[in-house]
Design a protein. Sequence first.
Length: 365
Amino acid sequence: MSRRKGFTLIELLVVIAIIAVLIALLLPAVQAAREAARRAQCVNNLKQICLAAHNYLSATDRIPLGDHYPAGTNETAASSGITGNGGDRYSYGWTLMILPYLEQTPVYNAYNTVCGFRDPGGGGPSINTTVLYNQLACYLCPSDNATGRPQPPYGALNYVGNVGGPGALQTFSGVIISPYWGNTTQAPSTNCIGLAAIIDGTSNTAMFSERLMGVTNNPTVTVGQKDYAKRSIFQLSIAGTINGNDMTGTMNVLNACKSLPASTTSISSYRSGQIWTIGHPWATIWNRYFHFGPPNMHSCDTNPSTFAGLGGGQGVVPPTSNHPGGVNVGMCDGSVKFIKDSVSNQAWWALGTRGGGEVISADSF
């Protein structure tokens, strides 16, 4: 009698099932390894940005500003023949100023700081497009799985500067601040700060973190769409204050933002990190963030807002990421720490202020 060759159907099914089980076991491990690599690259990006800011500090004796308003706006560019309706008051920010210390000197030299940014939709010609359209890899987190730029063809931004703790308590209490403190005629150097201003300690004060970029074409999303909600900003029906030093009102804003119904739709006008070079005193969502809401919470603007739809000076604009459980934060001493979503308000707010006098322990964040 000849011997049977090959497999029976049952044997084949068993082999397939074993292979499927092995794949199911290995796939999460592979995905975890890939995320670990992406997170390591994100940490490296933040470390390089922090070091570049320190080199800028060594050269200029000041920490890079979040914006240089009113420099580079259409108001100061009138002599160059650029005119408009006065609405495009978007200056350049810290992302541009530290470029020479990120080995991006040619990009920095190509930018016209007199003209700054001019949105062709605002009634004027496009300028600085060579730089504006350029996408720098060092400003992108590899874990952000966005399928496109928030506002093509402009380059996007994933890393944001710490503007401070809740602006409702004290505005610009962080380190990546603005020269504009209520006076539009101030020179960009008026409110610059150095390391001496960080009296809370450089290891206890945040400098930069990360935020997921906005969605291409900025569709309206809801709070319930968690992944998209982290990329968007939502309008609150309650008013916020600036420099109010009012803890009750501050907590009212935070709790209102946290408790927005899942069906609440986002503001569709502006996108996080939509143009990597620009900055504005009250346009927090573009290149800065608040230590107000916890990491990975959606952003909220108050009503009435100083600058509606962009976070203003009293909004809730936290850092966000796709790293499981938290965000990377670059500290003023150049270190990078992973801050969990569950961090307490007290510790999170304290990390945002440069001179609040708070006492926090390393195991609280």
